[in-house]
Design a protein around this ligand. Structure first.
Ligand code: ADP
Ligand code: MG
Length: 346
């Protein structure tokens, strides 16, 4: 059953449309990430869901009830912000209890819920501290606990890890995934970080310029993207312009590959660097133009005429030198790409 239904939500600032009709369903217990570059409308959408921003049109339904006309406190949604947004003059315990008190949750139940959340967010021992007496990571764990303690129908996260350093970000990301597994709350998580989205999500919603570009599981979107934008934004890829005839196309190095569907004429395909194999070959079509040895992986760029191709190779082979002639071989499925963004903007 769908817990959250977003139906044709739009947002205009004067003449500028920052959200084109956005529709999205999230199932109960699902962890869905909205992934897109800075400025694409992620925070605008979350703020509209939370009720702290107003939509220009559309509807929001949560747990079978229309909520877009309700004030934030009546929506049964909690949000975790990038900036933590803790109450600075309240202790950790008071920060955690504030929302429950507002909701008139009885005192003994309040104590029980706070006690539980201190455990699952690993905050025991910090109860009496003020926010300024905590590290960034600890503050974000308090912000997380303050949202979780409300036991909302929907948890929203707006780039909650992006103010933390890389190591802390990794560790808090693991904590978040473990927490979600434990409490199973329906979650909508916003990030511009594709690695974060891939590692955490049941499904990813790729967004750009106020539009949903494509939705799928991390595996689907990485292995078989349908849109140019998705192929480019998730991981590294080579976007190659090829000529299709029927179900075949010829890659720049002469290899004929099978396409996943029929096409004719000029098309674009995405070829991941790790699906291209490079071999030293005096008669090869490619010339190695750069080599970066990164331990488990060697990154190459190679040129075939005017086309530059990225290749990544793992498995401990001896690196080829710059300037070497090589042959390339692609192994894997070739997916035709569409460019919906360009079509819709036209
Ligand atoms: P994201 O969270 O994906 O980085 P935002 O939702 O914050 O993006 O912003 C989406 C777009 O809306 C941006 O182009 C931004 O400049 C614009 N925007 C945000 N707030 C306002 C505002 N108050 N007035 C006009 N434009 C705004
Ligand atoms: Mg934002």
């Amino acid at each position: 059953m769908n817990e959250l239904e977003i139906i044709d939500i739009t947002k205009d600032y004067g003449q500028a449309r920052v959200l084109h009709p956005v529709s999205l369903s999230v199932e109960r217990g699902e962890f869905v990430t909205i992934l897109g570059p800075s400025g694409c409308g992620k925070s605008t959408l979350l703020r509209i869901l939370m009720g702290i921003g107003e939509a220009s049109g559309g509807e929001i339904h949560l747990a079978g009830k229309r909520i877009d006309h309700l004030p934030p406190e009546a929506r049964d949604i909690a949000m975790v912000f990038q900036s933590y947004a803790l109450f600075p003059h309240m202790s950790v315990a008071k920060n955690l209890g504030f929302g429950l008190k507002m909701k008139k949750v009885p005192k003994d139940e309040r104590a029980r819920r706070i006690d539980h959340v201190l455990d699952i967010c690993n905050l025991r021992g910090l109860m009496d501290r003020l926010p300024r007496q905590l590290s960034g990571g600890q503050q974000q764990r308090v912000a997380l606990a303050r949202a979780v303690v409300m036991q909302p129908s929907l948890l929203l996260f707006d780039e909650p890890l992006s103010n933390l350093d890389a190591k802390l970000r990794d560790s808090l990301r693991h904590d978040l995934v473990a927490l979600h597994r434990r409490i199973g709350a329906t979650s909508l998580y916003v990030t511009h970080d594709q690695a974060e989205a891939m590692a955490m999500s049941d499904r990813i919603v790729v967004m750009n310029a106020g539009r949903i570009v494509e939705i799928g599981t991390p595996l689907e979107l990485y292995r078989a993207p349908k849109q140019v934008f998705t192929a480019n934004f998730l991981g590294q890829t080579n976007l190659l312009a090829v000529t299709a005839s029927g179900k075949e196309a010829r890659l720049p190095w002469g290899q004929v590959v099978a396409l996943d569907r029929l096409a004719a004429g000029a098309v674009q395909v995405s070829v991941r660097p790790e699906n291209i194999f490079i071999d030293s070959d005096p008669a090869g079509a490619a010339i190695v133009t750069s080599v970066a040895f990164m331990g488990p992986t060697i990154f190459y760029t190679a040129e075939i005429g005017s086309i530059s191709v990225k290749i990544s190779q793992s498995g401990g082979a001896e690196p080829l030198p710059t300037g070497a002639r090589a042959s390339l071989r692609f192994q894997g499925p070739v997916h035709l790409l569409e460019n919906r963004l360009a079509e819709e903007a036209a």
